[in-house]
Every structure is written in C-alpha cells, then in structure tokens.
Ligand binder design. Structure first.
Ligand SMILES: [Zn+2]
Length: 145
C-alpha cells in the first residue's frame, strides 16, 4: 500500500474514532433529517447511538453560556436539575484543556496550555454521572489515547 493510502486510511480511522467519542455527541451540528430551525426535539435525529437528539440548536441556553465566556471572566449557569449544567461545564473545560474547539465555538479560547480545577458536590453521590471529574477525565483519557 502506498504511503498516501496508508496515511489516508489512518486519518479516516482517526476521524471515525473521534466521531465515536462522547464529546462528539455534545452540541453538534444537526444530523441529516433534522429540521434545523425547530427547537422541538421531535424534529431532530439522534446522533449516532444516542437515545435522543443532542443537536446544538436544542441547547440554546447552553450555547449562550459558552458564548458569554468570550465576554465575561465569571459566569453562572443557573438552571433546574438534570438540564445539563455539569455536561456543559465539563464540555467547555475539556475544550480548554485540549484546545480542540469546534468550528462553531464562540466562547473564550485559550491558545496556550492551561491549568484548571473541576469541583462539585457529586463526588460522593451514588450517581456517578454527576461526578464532574468523571465528565472531564473520561473525554480527556479518550482524547489522549
Ligand atoms: Zn438536529
């Protein structure tokens, strides 16, 4: 196999690997078959393997929170239980730690390595999904392996 073909195959494998990562299922563009202007989840198609749609257009307040990061040093995301606050904050932290900002990102961008803390009150809870360290460390581990 020629070098170019091997390189292309390796790149395609990497694209497929990244598409399967948990991070890829957050705040993504609409899928084929979505009605992109609709804010009704019933009008959207779930991302690969997901139980429900996770298109970015369905999370306008989350995106506004991200965008505000480009203007303000401190922000607060005040919302109800199980609305994705931990996911949103973890998602943004992973972007800052990896520097892998999506093209649509309008929030703050760091162009040099940063040090960060992740803290929360879910560390001793029985619901491991609410553990902010798990939300951050799993994508980081997958990113770096
Ligand atoms: Zn959609």
């Amino acid at each position: 196999m020629a070098t170019a073909q091997r390189d292309l195959a390796a790149l395609e494998a990497e694209v497929a690997r990244r598409a399967a990562l948990k991070m890829a299922g957050y705040f993504h563009d609409c899928e084929p078959g979505c009605q992109a202007r609709s804010s009704d989840p019933a009008d959207h198609v779930p991302y690969s393997g997901r139980a429900r749609p996770t298109c970015r257009v369905l999370y306008r307040k989350h995106v506004a929170f991200f965008r505000a990061g480009g203007q303000y040093r401190q922000r607060m995301f005040l919302a109800g239980n199980r609305t994705g606050k931990t996911d949103a904050a973890s998602y943004e932290l992973v972007l800052h730690l990896t520097g892998a900002y999506p093209a649509w990102w309008e929030g703050r961008r760091f162009d040099t390595p940063i040090e960060a803390w992740a803290a929360g009150d879910g560390l001793q809870g029985s619901d491991r999904r609410m553990n902010p360290w798990t939300e951050v460390s799993t994508p980081l581990r997958n990113w770096t392996l």
